[in-house]
Design a binder for this molecule. Structure first.
Ligand code: PRP
Ligand code: URA
Length: 216
């Protein structure tokens, strides 16, 4: 099967806001605002192919054809950094269901460890957006999509703010049917000789969870 499509945003607002987000000068309050805003812009791009059905609507002047979304959307933030991506997107699609998956990366092995999963017995949604700011090694994204597929989710899209090429390749390899919507694709992951621990996105923005929650 061919690899899934990767859609790095070309939108000037995304580029502008991502640069602010990366800056060491950006404090947690502003950082959270930017995560929220960029997430809305990326979700707009990721949902451009949602299905519609025709309706009728009565304006003050006349009855006219209208449109309604046919698809039920599920938002799945990966805890904890993905949480900041939910609120803005949810405002745009208030009937979406939100299901949380709790994963953290073991700092030594970089392998994801699952600590929270309370999905209902079967999906009631037709499209799932996986939300996580950082696609680094790809371990967390692959583990989340594994869980969602076992659950029965048929159509899954990944939405992230910044990705390393290594993480994109890993997600594409494991789940070639999952399109990947991104704010930016960075150079690489950190390794030997870098000032940060291994497995961080370079130049990235540091630790997305710590920067949102002020825990760094
Ligand atoms: C970060 C990030 C992703 C993961 C990406 O979470 O939000 O979930 O790392 O790394 P990967 O692609 O190598 O798996 P982290 O483990 O730091 O947990 P947190 O969100 O609770 O801070
Ligand atoms: N998690 C983060 O928060 N940042 C990275 O660069 C990699 C993983």
């Amino acid at each position: 099967m061919a690899h899934a499509q990767v859609y790095p945003s070309a939108h000037p607002l995304v580029k502008h806001k991502l640069s602010l987000l990366r800056s060491t000068k950006t404090e947690p309050k502003k950082f959270r605002e930017l995560v929220r805003e960029i997430s809305i812009l990326l979700a707009y791009e990721a949902t451009a192919d949602l299905g519609l059905h025709e309706t009728r609507v009565t304006t003050p002047l006349a009855e006219t054809p209208g449109w309604a979304l046919s698809e039920k959307i599920g938002l799945v933030p990966i805890l904890r950094a993905g949480l900041g991506m939910v609120e803005g997107i949810w405002e745009m699609m208030p009937s979406a269901e939100v299901w949380h998956i709790g994963l953290y990366r073991d700092e030594q092995t970089l392998k994801p460890v699952t600590y929270y999963n309370k999905l209902p017995i079967e999906p009631r949604v037709s499209v799932v957006l996986v939300l996580d700011p950082m696609l680094a090694t790809g371990g967390s994204a692959v583990a989340t999509v594994d869980i969602l597929k076992k659950w029965g989710a048929k159509r899954i899209k990944y939405v992230g703010l910044i990705a390393a090429p290594e993480g994109i390749a890993r997600l594409q390899e494991a789940h070639p049917d999952v399109p990947i919507y991104l704010g930016a694709i960075d150079e690489r992951l950190t390794g030997e000789g870098d000032p940060w621990p291994h497995g961080y996105i370079m130049p990235g923005l540091g630790d997305a969870g710590d920067r949102q929650f002020g825990t760094g």
